[in-house]
Design a protein around this ligand. Structure first.
Ligand code: IMP
Length: 184
């Protein structure tokens, strides 16, 4: 089986490819920019993007909308994570948290699949924002996110390790289980 992943993020593609490979599913990247609306939830952003694409391109395909939610910042950057990463970057987030004792945060991911209708799959991982960036793997905020139960950041893990516990890995797992049930 072959799945089309609409994204311009090579880090997300790498994770989806590594996730699906042992299941015998090949992931093909479709590099199309779609509008990411301003909304309160990742679900709304994902669904709007998916429907926008469905009006213009032949499915099936999927996309992923994710975000980092920092407790001390009332969930910021959340749905604005991509923009904040581009503008403030990791350094900006560390500055905002300087002197802050509560460094709890979580990542959420919404995988949205179009096959004539919308199917949403979600995943979440809890953790902490480190004081300093660590590690060279992954992408985005990975160097400052340490998942609960580990003393390494996502950037210090292999893609397979990250997939086993990450927000995206969990959303992909729900997606894979749905595919198994529904594509018999
Ligand atoms: P979007 O899903 O394209 O809207 O982008 C979400 C943004 O959140 C990305 O640009 C990253 O900065 C960040 N992000 C999402 N998932 C991850 C992850 O697995 N690791 C690190 N940063 C992430």
């Amino acid at each position: 089986m072959r799945l089309t992943f609409v994204t311009s993020n090579p880090g997300k593609v790498e994770e989806a490819r590594k996730y699906f490979k042992p299941l015998g599913v090949e992931v093909h990247q479709l590099h199309i920019e779609y509008p990411e609306i301003q909304a309160d939830t990742l679900e709304e952003v994902a669904e709007y993007g998916l429907e926008w694409l469905a009006e213009r391109f032949e499915g099936p395909f999927f996309l992923d909308d994710s975000g980092l939610f920092i407790e001390a910042l009332n969930g910021f950057p959340g749905v604005y994570s991509a923009y904040v990463y581009k503008t403030l970057g990791i350094g900006g987030i560390l500055k905002l948290l300087k002197g802050e004792a509560n460094r709890r945060a979580h990542f959420r991911s919404v995988v949205a699949y179009w096959d004539g209708e919308v199917h949403l799959f979600t995943g979440k991982v809890e953790g902490m924002i480190t004081e300093e960036p660590r590690g060279a793997g992954g992408f985005g905020f990975d160097p400052v996110f340490m998942p609960d139960g580990f003393d390494r950041t996502f950037a210090e893990m292999t893609t397979e390790e990250k997939n086993r516990i990450s927000h995206r890995g969990r959303a992909l797992k729900a997606f894979a289980e749905w595919l198994k049930e529904n594509l018999k």
